[in-house]
Design a protein around this ligand. Structure first.
Ligand SMILES: C[C@@](CO)(OP(=O)(O)O)[C@H](O)COP(=O)(O)OP(=O)(O)OC[C@H]1O[C@@H](n2ccc(N)nc2=O)[C@H](O)[C@@H]1O
Ligand SMILES: Nc1ncnc2c1ncn2[C@@H]1O[C@H](COP(=O)(O)OP(=O)(O)O)[C@@H](O)[C@H]1O
Length: 312
């Protein structure tokens, strides 16, 4: 016999990866976080999260790097769904099916994307009406990057990255992402290396750079290339020297610029256009400099529910 649970349709939401066009890091705060002045851009690599009514909470993960993603209560999508249930009074557990395209522990915020997708999928499934500000605050409890993945586009992140202000941006940027083979990098470990490198020195409060703002307003990839920066890059490269080699290869093969994405180790290389991005991707793999490349454009929108396929 078909149960009432099975009759209720599942909801799928899709959320993008991000790259930090600028990542200015301030001193370590008393709560262990660092104040940031960052400019996020959402890019067209996506994870999909399907929320289905279930008898108990759970999740399964398929797709890229699925084996290194926790499926217990440490999964960020599950953390987000349970928090939303708690705050909204929703009582029905869900099973989350996560399909990953975003490299895991790569500095592209895949776990945060899954959390953002789980929030919008569950909000729809449970018919939860929540003000945007409240959802942002809840998202920030799950992780500093999660509010941005709800918004998408191009935006400034302040505070610990959770305070998001949209930025006027023009044009489409063509990126080639090079995941560095191996374990990935732990975000806290990279921040700890930043602290160790600045031991005994004053770290000033970060401010969003005028250069990157005017570059994204211009829509000119060369202007953006000149403005890209990441204060965590020296630390990520010191922890995984292979990153430096990949950045060098990307520049040699015609990237306008190449930086570490967030806390790394994925390398984000900016190309002048679509053809240049294809050429760069081919050169990187054909030369053996990269085992794997992912092309994506940005900006793209944030987490959103996908239309339910109509049954005919
Ligand atoms: C570095 C960045 C850049 O956008 O992204 P990733 O490279 O991880 O994707 C972010 O700051 C990561 O954000 P997110 O991954 O959501 O971090 P959280 O879960 O909030 O925090 C994990 C840990 O990172 C460190 N952390 C994070 C954010 C911040 N502003 N200062 C920190 O020091 C803290 O050690 C914290 O315990
Ligand atoms: N749904 C999820 N997808 C990916 N990683 C997750 C997820 N939930 C929890 N994690 C954990 O978060 C860590 C960081 O993953 P991720 O968000 O992909 O990288 P980053 O913080 O570098 O952007 C992973 O090592 C993994 O243990």
């Amino acid at each position: 016999m078909t149960s009432a649970l099975e009759l209720q349709p599942a909801v799928t939401a899709r959320a993008p990866a991000k790259v930090n066009l600028e990542l200015g890091v301030g001193p370590r705060r008393d709560d262990g976080y660092h104040d940031l002045a960052t400019v996020y851009q959402a890019v067209g690599l996506h994870d999909d999260v399907t929320a289905a009514p279930a008898d108990e909470w759970g999740c399964t993960v398929t797709g890229r790097d699925a084996g290194s993603v926790p499926t217990d209560e440490g999964n960020l999508a599950l953390v987000a769904a349970r928090l939303l249930a708690e705050r909204s009074g929703a009582r029905q557990p869900v099973h989350l099916s996560i399909h990953k395209q975003i490299p895991v522990a790569g500095g592209m915020a895949g776990g945060s994307a899954d959390a953002a997708a789980a929030l919008v999928a569950c909000q729809e499934l449970w018919s939860v009406a929540m003000e945007r500000d409240e959802l942002d605050r809840l998202a920030a409890e799950v992780g500093s990057d999660v509010p941005f993945l709800l918004h998408g586009g191009t935006a400034v992140g302040s505070g610990r990255g959770e305070l998001v202000t949209p930025v006027l941006a023009q044009g489409t940027y063509h990126w080639v992402f090079v995941p560095v083979p191996g374990e990935g990098l732990s975000t806290p470990e990279v921040y700890a290396a930043f602290d160790a490198r600045h031991e005994g020195r004053r770290v000033s409060e970060p401010t969003p750079g005028a250069e990157v703002m005017s570059a994204v307003r211009s829509g000119d990839p060369s202007a953006l290339a000149a403005a890209l920066s990441n204060d965590l890059q020296p630390d990520a490269v010191a922890l995984q020297p292979r990153i430096g080699e990949i950045i060098g290869a990307a520049l040699e093969f015609g990237a306008l610029a190449a930086i570490v994405s967030g806390s790394g180790p994925t390398v984000a290389a900016l190309a002048s256009g679509q053809e240049a991005a294809i050429d760069l991707a081919v050169s990187l793999t054909a030369s053996g400099a990269a085992e794997d490349v992912l092309r994506a454009t940005g900006p793209v929108h944030g987490a959103q529910v996908l239309p339910t396929p109509r049954l005919t």
